[in-house]
Design a binder for this molecule. Structure first.
Ligand code: AMP
Length: 309
């Protein structure tokens, strides 16, 4: 049973799928709604904005904390990724509204035997992070579908900081008729504009200063569009120049893409997504900005709506 913890918050931590299902079943059988916030932990304000939205919308919020090995490449930071469950639970306990169930399974709980079944997707992974992280979105979609099956949430909350992830998950639920509303939430930034990320804690003070060039590049791209530039090549070049001025920062991509198909555009018409990934020292950072008319608002946007009822 979810018990009070601290002064205002109700929180429980479960590590087994059976335990998670049992808690969720109690909520659902009372006719109450469930929100899911999938995370890899090392929680910061970006994650908490998703949790708060779920708490506002749903009766129970399930926060999953699982560093998913499937979505890391062999040379990526799976082993060094920050893990501190106690600290994460403390942060969640300080939130003031609505009960939270933390689902923090072990790797063995999620993948007890060799996985023979994966969720794959075609074109949405062709550009942006896809080519730089082979297998990443397959790993993301597979674990997210497993979480959806375990929790069976009414709504699931994803940050637009990981824009491509939000889109691939939204498309998966549409294509596979998964009855979950996928909600995209605005990117939460530090005061100077750097997108919050668990990986920011890898940065030395000097790297932290340099890391801001990614957001500045996106702003430079947006400024070109607002000045009337239509050619995506010129906009991308303005973004690249901003980063080129900073020593020790390598660009994976700085692209102008369609916000739905995530395919590169040649000319800006309506809304576009400016998206980038850079490596600052050994740390890979991503960020993006929606620029244009239809999608320009920074509000929550459901990718699609379905219902379990
Ligand atoms: P992660 O723990 O990095 O897998 O992120 C878990 C969820 O939090 C994902 O949906 C992310 O997009 C979201 N998230 C991470 N950073 C931010 C941020 N700065 N603003 C909004 N959402 C974020």
């Amino acid at each position: 049973m979810i018990a009070p913890c601290g002064t205002t918050q109700m929180i429980e931590v479960v590590s087994t799928i059976a335990g998670c299902r049992a808690e969720v079943r109690k909520t659902r059988s009372s006719g109450l709604t469930i929100g899911l916030v999938p995370t890899m932990g090392a929680l910061h304000e970006g994650h908490l904005s998703l949790v708060r939205q779920s708490q506002a919308d749903c009766d129970l919020t399930v926060v999953s904390i699982f560093v998913n090995p499937l979505q890391f490449g062999p040379k990526e930071d799976f082993t060094t990724y920050p893990r501190d469950l106690d600290a994460d639970v403390r942060v969640l306990s300080s939130l003031e509204r609505g009960p939270i169930l933390v689902f923090a399974p072990s790797e063995n709980e999620m993948y007890p035997s060799e996985l023979l079944t994966f969720v794959g997707q075609t074109t949405l992974g062709d550009h942006l992070c896809g080519p730089f992280r082979p297998g990443h979105f397959r790993g993301v979609l597979t674990v997210v579908l497993k979480l959806f099956e375990i929790v069976q949430p009414d709504r699931a909350y994803f940050g637009k900081k990981d824009y491509q992830q939000w889109r691939v998950v939204g498309r998966m639920v549409a294509d596979l008729n998964v009855p979950v509303d996928v909600i995209g939430m605005p990117t939460v930034r530090e005061a100077d504009g750097l997108a919050m990320s668990s990986r920011n804690r890898y940065l030395s003070p000097e790297e932290r200063r340099k890391a801001l060039c990614l957001y500045r590049a996106l702003l430079a791209g947006r400024a070109r569009i607002r000045d009337g530039e239509k050619k995506a090549g010129r906009i991308a070049e303005a973004m690249r120049q901003t980063v080129a001025e900073i020593e020790g920062v390598a660009v994976d991509y700085l692209s102008v893409v369609d916000p739905w198909s995530l395919q590169p555009v040649e000319n800006v018409e309506g809304t576009v997504l400016l998206a980038g990934a850079v490596r600052v020292g050994r740390t890979r950072l991503i960020d993006n900005l929606e620029v244009g008319s239809q999608l320009g608002s920074e509000g929550a946007s459901p990718c699609r709506r379905t219902s379990r009822a």
